[in-house]
Unconditional design. Structure first.
Length: 290
């Protein structure tokens, strides 16, 4: 079957090799491979095959554009991408977004979202988190500010909360979270869940979870997408493609440890046809995962 060949070629190559294939395709046939995939495939299988053809920054930009400009804003997509990407990834994504859509990512976030959720996304989209810096002397001070923000919940306290979570380095936040536990006797995720709600709360929790262990966060998101939302295809596709050359092996490991069944098993149980084959090929499961 031609689709089986397509799956084998596109899923067994790394992204840079797929881009070279697209270039050779254009040289040989004078045609755009992505356009041909869009015209000749359908449904979720098309989304997977086309998604594989984007460079990582362009794929993130593509997903953010559709999340912001679709019929309904897809807040969970915005959270997944902006809470988890490094400064460099965010800067490359913003550049790709401007090139592909001739508009500024931060302007679109500003116009399509609102409140403290918007402010936090805007902060993350700057891509200016401190890197490699940790100051134990200020960790307790930051933790106290976070604790007060969870108790008092004023607009000013929400601003301080998101400023610390969006701008302190990963190493610094590790210490802050430990100090928060010491001060309050409570894990910061539990405190945020108790004190806030809505997408603002989900975004803050995603930032904390990604700082602690990104593969665990994406394992959790995949499990939710597969089991809690009747197989939310967009989320499953986006995470598998975006993480396929970064930490998908670690995500698979966390998934099996935490939920008892492999990611490979759950995809096989819920998806079907060439769509299933494509997802499983990206997932690259072992025989024991069936």
């Amino acid at each position: 079957c031609e689709k089986d060949v397509l799956i084998e070629i596109l899923t067994q190559r790394c992204n840079s090799q797929r881009l070279m294939i697209a270039e050779a395709y254009r040289d040989m046939y004078g045609r755009d491979l992505i356009m041909d995939l869009k015209e000749n495939l359908s449904h979720h299988f098309k989304e997977v095959m086309v998604g594989l053809m984007y460079p990582p920054a362009s794929y993130d930009a593509h997903e953010l554009w559709h999340a912001l400009k679709g019929v309904d804003t897809e807040e969970k997509c915005l959270i997944d991408i902006l809470a988890s990407r490094s400064n460099m990834e965010i800067l490359q994504m913003k550049e790709a977004y401007l090139m592909q859509y001739n508009t500024d990512l931060q302007q679109d976030i500003d116009s399509e979202t609102s409140g403290h959720f918007r402010d936090t996304l805007m902060n993350l989209a700057q891509g200016t988190r401190m890197e490699g810096y940790a100051d134990p002397s200020t960790a307790a001070q930051d933790a106290m500010i976070l604790w007060e923000a969870c108790q008092r919940k004023t607009g000013e306290h929400k601003n301080m909360l998101q400023m610390i979570l969006c701008n302190r380095s990963q190493q610094q936040l590790w210490m802050v979270f430990q100090e928060f536990q010491n001060i309050s006797g409570q894990d910061i995720v539990d405190a945020i869940n108790e004190c806030y709600d809505g997408y603002f709360q989900e975004l803050l929790v995603a930032i904390v979870l990604c700082i602690r262990d990104k593969p665990s966060y994406f394992a959790y998101r995949l499990y939710n997408a597969i089991h809690d939302f009747g197989f939310h295809n967009k989320t499953v596709i986006r995470i598998l493609i975006a993480r396929s050359e970064i930490d998908l092996m670690n995500i698979r490991q966390r998934y099996k440890e935490r939920y008892g069944k492999s990611l490979f098993h759950d995809i096989k149980h819920f998806a079907s046809g060439h769509y299933e084959s494509a997802l499983l090929a990206i997932c690259a499961g072992d025989t024991e995962d069936y």
